[in-house]
Design a protein. Structure first.
Length: 271
């Protein structure tokens, strides 16, 4: 059971980080975008490790006709999700300007487009993935927040709320600190330019923003996904998009299962 709780917490943190990555202008701009992207890559490997047995057993039985259709669909969905995430990470490295600038391909407009399309595909696949496993998530959450007697575990709820508050406070603190630091740097840069001009020296025109602040650049073929750079608005925006995918997926699956149960109940009567 503790392993399931670890999965839920890890997946929630991955989800929040991923939606923040959908808008490269949030928090520290491009530095956060690239570093957090690599962290997501490591988290995915941990996620696969936690589900290692399921992956191995399902791979062995993938051609077995007796394998449930839901399991086969979930397995294929996970493969597509892994491919999409791999494309996001690889193209991200190839257009990197902060972490791996030596690997960056000059004029990689096609790679930027592929990076954006892969990110959008990942967003959709994650929504489907969560929708397919929504019943399992609800069951784990009920067990976490309720005792065997059906009473709410106030301590667990308080810890959960406190953790979310600390996470939100940390995001807000990091956002304000990063914005303040970049503002100071820009003031210093403009001051140096004025001094150079007063000394009769011609200031050299720089290619690209200073100190890796690429928040003004266009990403993924447009000015970042989501428009707003406020981290909380970005999270709410993309969680709403996920909800629009998760809810229909959950109810479609529920309806399919209901039809299967009815057909099974009708079989003995027909025979």
């Amino acid at each position: 059971m503790k392993k399931n709780y670890t999965k839920i917490v890890l997946d929630l943190l991955m989800a929040i980080t991923f939606v923040l990555l959908m808008n490269p202008r949030v928090l520290d701009g491009l530095p956060f975008h690239e570093i957090a992207g690599l962290i997501i890559g490591v988290a995915i490997l941990v996620h696969i490790g936690l589900n290692y047995r399921w992956v191995v057993n399902t791979t062995k039985r993938i051609l077995d006709p007796k394998l449930p259709k839901k399991t086969r669909f979930s397995y294929l969905l996970n493969i597509l999700l892994l491919i999409a995430m791999a494309a996001v990470i690889i193209t991200g490295i190839l257009i990197s300007k902060v972490v791996f600038p030596s690997f960056a391909i000059q004029g990689g407009h096609a790679l930027r487009e592929l990076h954006g399309l892969s990110a959008d595909a990942t967003l959709a696949f994650v929504g489907l993935h969560v929708g397919v496993h929504w019943q399992w998530i609800l069951t784990i959450c009920k067990k976490a927040f309720k005792s065997k007697e059906g009473k709410l575990r106030k301590g667990v709820i308080a810890s959960f709320v406190l953790s979310l508050a600390i996470l939100a406070g940390g995001i807000q603190w990091y956002s304000s600190t990063a914005t303040f630091s970049m503002g100071e740097f820009k003031q210093e840069q403009s001051g140096q330019t004025v001094n150079n001009g007063s000394n009769g020296n011609t200031s050299e025109t720089r290619q690209g923003p200073p100190n890796g602040d690429f928040r003004g650049e266009k990403f993924h073929g447009k000015e970042g996904h989501g428009g707003k750079s406020n981290p909380f608005l970005v999270v709410l925006n993309y969680f709403a998009i996920w909800a629009a995918i998760i809810i229909p997926t959950y109810y479609i699956e529920k309806r399919i299962l209901r039809k299967k149960r009815k057909s099974r109940q009708m079989e003995p009567k027909l025979s």
